[in-house]
Design a protein around this ligand. Structure first.
Ligand code: AMP
Ligand code: ZN
Length: 113
């Protein structure tokens, strides 16, 4: 997608603080952190959300989450973390390219929002 901000980050056209990259995903620092550690797991394939996600993209996303589970120590998340994916208007999704927020690095609130 030509004008998608996360596709531009994936292509290296917009700078980002990348902490991990492989053939399926990048993990970057969120520009506006909501926790001590706030990362975004961004699949390289463009699709807006889980409704638009194909079966093949779902399989890749599952692979990405498994790989994330092996990175928790180096990302400073060994004490735990929260994964969030906002969808649509009620979910307050602002970037229509599926991404998973990774929040941690401190004790999070026990409320979800
Ligand atoms: P959402 O509102 O769930 O779609 O999340 C989008 C997230 O992307 C927000 O937390 C923003 O702070 C973050 N964001 C937007 N632009 C950038 C950028 N250029 N680099 C890093 N994070 C960004
Ligand atoms: Zn995109």
């Amino acid at each position: 997608m030509e004008n998608c901000i996360f596709c531009k980050i994936v292509r290296g056209e917009i700078p980002s603080k990348k902490v991990y990259e492989d053939e399926d995903m990048i993990i970057i620092k969120d520009l506006n952190p909501q926790a001590e550690t706030h990362l975004l797991l961004i699949p390289k394939e463009h699709y807006a959300d889980i409704i638009e996600m194909s079966d093949a993209e779902a399989a890749t996303l599952g692979k990405c989450l498994k790989k994330l589970s092996r990175l928790v120590d180096e990302l400073g998340l060994s004490e735990g973390f929260r994964l969030v994916s906002n969808k649509g208007k009620h979910g307050c999704q602002s970037v229509p390219h599926l991404h998973i927020h990774i929040l941690g690095g401190e004790q999070l609130n026990d409320k979800m929002c």
